[in-house]
Ligand binder design. Structure first.
Ligand code: APR
Length: 168
């Protein structure tokens, strides 16, 4: 099992699943959500409409349509309210539930964006520490998954993840 970084656009990755930092309705939005829907094409929204939304911390899977990725795992990160509203546990659940879903489907590779660190305002360093620790913990139980990619779209996130992966 390999953990690695990618500095580009998550929608360009040839992996079994990319993870979407979605909103509860799963009906599209801005940021990485908007980019994924644009690149996947309108059929993604049609499938999302059948899913009945998604609670914070949970995850649901669809096909990838026009994306190079075969699937999209949609998860809803917590909105940052200062850290006393269960944000850390909910963010950890996003990663854990996405990984478990990928394993259930027998997927070999998955790419995560920096969930909650854009519009939802989660501090990047704290969010990255959770992402890396959940994924590292998961590597010991992984069966089908061989590669986890952290998609870091901005330089600050890239530097934070690079440090965390070097230190651990
Ligand atoms: N590839 C990879 N990462 C990206 C891309 C991309 N194409 N576009 C944006 N990002 C990064 C941002 O730089 C940020 O670090 O994704 C991270 C998450 O930011 P947001 O997309 O704003 O997600 P989040 O903070 O979880 O907020 C979710 O935003 O657009 C809405 O529908 C979405 O309501 C939901 C909310």
């Amino acid at each position: 099992m390999r953990l690695r970084l990618d500095a580009g656009d998550i929608t360009q990755l040839y992996v079994d699943a990319i993870v979407n930092a979605a909103k509860k309705s799963l009906l599209g939005g801005g940021g990485v959500d908007g980019a994924i829907h644009r690149a996947a094409g309108p059929e993604l929204l049609e499938e999302c409409k059948t899913l009945g939304g998604c609670e914070t911390g949970e995850a649901k899977i669809t096909k990838g349509y026009d994306l190079p990725a075969k699937h999209v795992i949609h998860t809803v990160g917590p909105v940052w309210h200062g850290g006393d509203e269960n944000e850390a546990e909910l963010l950890a659940s996003c990663y854990m539930n996405s990984l478990q879903l990928a394993e259930q489907q027998g997927l070999r590779s998955i790419a995560f964006p920096c969930i909650s660190t854009g519009v939802y305002g989660y501090p990047k360093q704290q969010a990255a520490a959770i992402a890396v620790s959940v994924c590292k913990m998961f590597t010991s139980n992984a069966q089908s998954l061989k590669e986890i990619i952290f998609s870091c779209y901005d330089d600050e996130s890239l530097a934070i993840y690079r440090q965390l992966l070097t230190d651990s």
